[in-house]
Design a protein around this ligand. Sequence first.
Ligand code: C2O
Ligand code: CU
Ligand code: CU
Length: 489
Amino acid sequence: MKKNFDILIAGVVIILGVFFLFFGHVRDMPGQLPNISMNQPSDKADNQTIETEESPLPIPPLLEDHNPDPNKAEFHLTAQNATKEFVPGKKTETMGYNGDYLGPVIRVRKGEEVTVKVKNELDDITTIHWHGLAVDGDEDGGPHSGIQPGETWSPQIKIDQPAATVWYHPHPEQQTGKQVYKGLAGLFLIEDEVSDDLDIPKEYGVDDIPLVIQNKRFNSDGSFDYDLGMRDVMNGLQGNTMLVNGAVNPFLEVSRGMVRLRLLNGSNASVYELNFSNNQSFHQIASDGGFLEEPAKMDKIVLGPAERAEILIDFSKLKKDETVQLENNGSEFMTFKAKGESLENYTIPSNLTSIEKIDPDQTVKTRDFVFEGMGPMVNINGKQFDIDRIDEELKINDTEIWEVSNESGMGMMGGMVHPFHAHGVQFQVLDRDGASPPAGETGWKDTVLVNPEEKVRLIATFKHPGDFMYHCHILEHEDAGMMGQFKVE
Ligand code: C2O
Ligand code: CU
Ligand code: CU
């Protein structure tokens, strides 16, 4: 059986290889993309930048809370079709929550009872998943929780986790990649006493700035190109035009002081390696599920699809009106302009929070998750997604170790990195191939990059009942079936 599967994969690889040879580079012809940046994150040698006028960075609005009770919140979201002008003079068909692209920021406090009324005004079924929230399966918004066109879904969520930058996006079976690509995604911020008390920038939109980083591929008529070629089926859709909060080539005026950036890699498939053009170092203060215990100093940060990081960057040494760029793999895609007087009286807190380490001795069970296959054959543990099949059964409140390894695409065509994500829970990373995780991964995580031939060991306590997904967060892999289900009861 296993042998037949291998032969099948080899056959598929050869067929895909031939397709790739014929069609793989045709779609990247520069002539198809007037007026937009041609930064090619995956292929620096091809880099050509076509100048686009810079525009101010859009800051997604904070969503209004309709419940006056301080311990409760009610938010309204509508998923809708829209158009937006990314390429000057051309209209792009998009999807957005309450707007034309992306969605507003939902901000809540730990302990709050939150209701979100999500209306589907699209033509297709959708769902809304709270990526990074520790919630019961019924509220999680996975593929089971479909919202038909015209209908409203109103989950009630008790916020029971520390301050963090999490996010929301659709999760309909086989349509996640397309709907996210068209613009459905937004940030969800949790605050608590720890974030209140920390002396860090916290004025939203002023010195506490959300950056939703994505990349797209446009057709010459300005429409999004989500016509998956073989290369996209293999690697996921890796766009060649960077967007931040939905804008191409944006700038942000910042004061000459400390700025907090909440970074989300909201792209379908690309891994970013981010740094500042002046090679200035910065401090990572939070990972997916909240603050690190101590700030981690670095001069570049790698973020896989769906991963978040909060960083503090000190602009006080910049001269008045000096600019610095944010770069991915050495290509700039956003500009900061330093304004006003220099505010140097800032120190970075040496301690941010305390995180109780989950004790591996508490582990009741160890499970293996192996990324295998490639292209349309991508799978986990030899199985592709089946909504009617529960792959793993867990007991509530158990602590488990999940060993995630990447054996996909080995041999002929080499491996690729897959980001592993599980719903409804936050993990701690025990080790990567036996070595302690890097400083940025010593806090709570819900998505981790797993490199070819690597094994990452995660530990978590599963406190929420229900049916949940685990999957590769390259959305084209998820849609192709690199996903499974676990049940906690
Ligand atoms: Cu962003 Cu299934 O998740
Ligand atoms: Cu998720
Ligand atoms: Cu993958």
